[in-house]
Design a binder for this molecule. Structure first.
Ligand SMILES: N[C@@H](CCC(=O)N[C@@H](CS)C(=O)NCC(=O)O)C(=O)O
Length: 222
């Protein structure tokens, strides 16, 4: 069956699914959808009106977590969910920590005001509040991730899983916004992000997005 992912490339949730497909070797097409100006029939595929959604032959599904879970069952090669029940649970936990906790703050409070609103309104960003959030509210998420990655290469089961993809994805948005965890304070998290963003799966997304969304990326201190 031919797989289509519906959504805009700069969404961390769309990127999560695209990287997941790429790491598993699943071919797909990306159908660009702007969720804020979606065609009328988009809600038939995504009843909440959110991206990503997916078409697989005549099957449709929405939500990045749902889509990844479905793809793992229908295309089991190169598994990205661990077999062990606790490792499996921890993989889902990291996905939730990021999607439900971190992105809920970093997206609307940092990425949108620094990147999306200026692009849409063709104006310079008002930096004060998003940079305050970045320096005062995001570090507690970094602290947890720094402790959890420790000296490991991956978050769970000593191998690449959906947990690593879910964690690394929204940090691409932060990088586009010129924001990253301070290397001196969060060296293990930064090294993890460098490794993940250097994988061909993430690199392809970053190279595709950067010309439009990555104008502030040079502000990130290396
Ligand atoms: N839980 C959903 C979240 C999807 C989501 O929030 N997508 C955003 C883009 S990053 C969206 O479609 N926003 C449009 C809106 O809020 O109307 C998932 O994992 O797919």
């Amino acid at each position: 069956m031919s797989l289509t992912i519906l959504g805009g490339n700069v969404s961390p949730f769309v990127r999560k699914v695209r990287v997941f497909c790429s790491e598993k070797g699943i071919p797909y097409e990306l159908e660009p959808i702007n969720p804020f100006a979606a065609p009328d029939d988009f809600r038939e595929v995504s009843p909440l009106g959110l991206i990503p959604a997916m078409r697989d032959g005549d099957r449709v599904l929405a939500d990045s977590s749902v889509i990844c879970a479905y793809l793992e069952k229908t295309r089991p090669d190169n598994p990205l969910y661990p077999e062990d029940p606790y490792d499996y649970g921890r993989t889902l936990w990291f996905e939730e920590f990021i999607d439900g906790g971190f992105v809920a703050r970093a997206g609307p409070k940092v990425f949108f005001p620094l990147v999306m609103i200026p692009l849409m309104r063709r104006q310079e960003p008002d930096e004060a509040e998003p940079l305050r959030v970045a320096s005062e509210e995001l570090p507690r998420f970094y602290e947890y991730l720094e402790a959890e990655i420790g000296d490991n290469e991956f978050f769970v089961a000593d191998r690449l899983t959906l947990a690593d993809i879910a964690v690394a994805s929204p940090f691409v948005n932060l990088r586009h916004a010129g924001v990253a965890p301070e290397r001196a304070r969060f060296p293990k998290l930064r090294a993890f992000l460098d490794r993940m963003h250097g994988r061909p799966s993430f690199k392809a997304c970053i190279e595709e997005e950067s010309p439009v969304f990555g104008k502030r990326a040079d502000l990130v201190q290396d």
